[in-house]
Design a protein around this ligand. Structure first.
Ligand code: ADP
Length: 301
């Protein structure tokens, strides 16, 4: 089973012809509320790709919180370890998209910031049954640390998607079996520029020197560079006509995790992760774009 310890947000998406300047009021032409948050997105991807999936998280006692919990139910994700906090409002992301598809985003963590190490301890039984524990950085760092520690103690494999980008203490990196980062996150962690597979290889060497055993750097349409015990591998992305790359990384992480949890070879898991992400970028939306396992093309040896 895959356990995701992470964020749940309601995405409030506003469409406008252009971005307003400070002090300006502008008429927009579209509004939608959709479930999001890196944690929830990755849980949805893992579940759609066939893994028994549970989430540890924190919602507010409000309409967004109830809608996000219903969404987890509908996706078949266990949410017993998702707490409802009386204190805070559910996390939201205000996403403004203009007619040129440029977006600007403000995230208010809200109740995600209230997910504590105690919540992780309360989910001990869940972590004990997990094959793979997946974290991101949209909940407090001490909570991520506890989740990785407890997962290790129970013999689960740990995966950290170090997003959003920030520098991390070495003790935390030492608890990570799989570090998955995109270009900007890899730059923030390694201090190296990362724009192509060669630069990614150099960043991986740096990250491995910091104690990360296996590192995956996702490079958008350039695919993934993997630093494994067996050396460096570059897996190209599937060529597709991308329409909306929101959630590409989350789809990759969730699909990769689902494959590993099933016991798939790393090469197969990389292929499935990228195949799922390539489908997701051809469809609009974040969670809405994540494919089901039956939509993946057959794995090639
Ligand atoms: P993030 O969403 O975190 O920035 P990336 O943009 O690196 O992550 O995308 C993650 C993965 O999604 C890539 O490694 C690749 O497999 C797939 N992907 C992203 N963009 C494209 C694209 N334009 N064409 C095909 N695959 C893509």
């Amino acid at each position: 089973e895959v356990v995701v310890v992470g964020s749940l947000n309601m995405d409030l998406v506003v469409r406008t012809p252009r971005h307003p300047v400070p002090g300006e009021t502008l008429l927009g032409h579209g509004f939608a509320t959709t479930p999001g948050g890196k944690g929830a997105n990755q849980a949805v991807a893992a579940a759609r790709l066939g893994a028994a999936t549970a989430m540890v998280g924190c919602l507010g006692d409000d309409t967004h919180g109830r809608a996000l919990r219903d969404n987890l139910s509908q996706q078949g994700i266990c949410h017993q370890a998702v707490r409802t906090s009386a204190a805070g409002a559910t996390g939201v992301a205000m996403i403004q998209v203009d007619d040129a598809s440029q977006n600007s985003i403000v995230v208010i963590p809200g109740s995600n910031a209230e997910l504590t190490p105690d919540d992780v301890d309360a989910a001990e039984a869940l972590l004990a049954s997990a094959k793979l524990v997946v974290c991101q950085l949209e909940v407090p760092l001490e909570t991520v640390c506890r989740a990785l520690e407890r997962a290790r103690a129970h013999g689960a494999t740990t995966l950290l998607n170090a997003a959003p980008a920030m520098a991390l203490p070495g003790e935390l990196l030492a608890l990570v079996d799989w570090l998955v980062v995109n270009e900007s996150e890899a730059e923030a962690l390694s201090g190296c520029p990362v724009a192509d597979p060669d630069q990614a290889a150099r960043a991986i060497a740096r990250l491995q020197a910091l104690g990360c055993r296996r590192v995956l750097i996702t490079l958008g349409a350039q695919g993934v560079v993997a630093g494994l015990e067996s050396g460096l591998h570059h897996a190209p992305a599937r060529p597709v006509a991308a329409v909306d790359t929101t959630g590409a990384g989350d789809t990759f992480v969730g699909a990769f995790a689902a494959a590993l949890a099933r016991g798939a070879e790393v090469a197969t898991a990389l292929q499935e992760g990228q195949a799922a992400a390539a489908i997701a970028v051809t469809r609009p939306g974040a969670q809405a774009a994540i494919p089901h396992r039956h939509e993946l093309p057959p794995v090639t040896p």
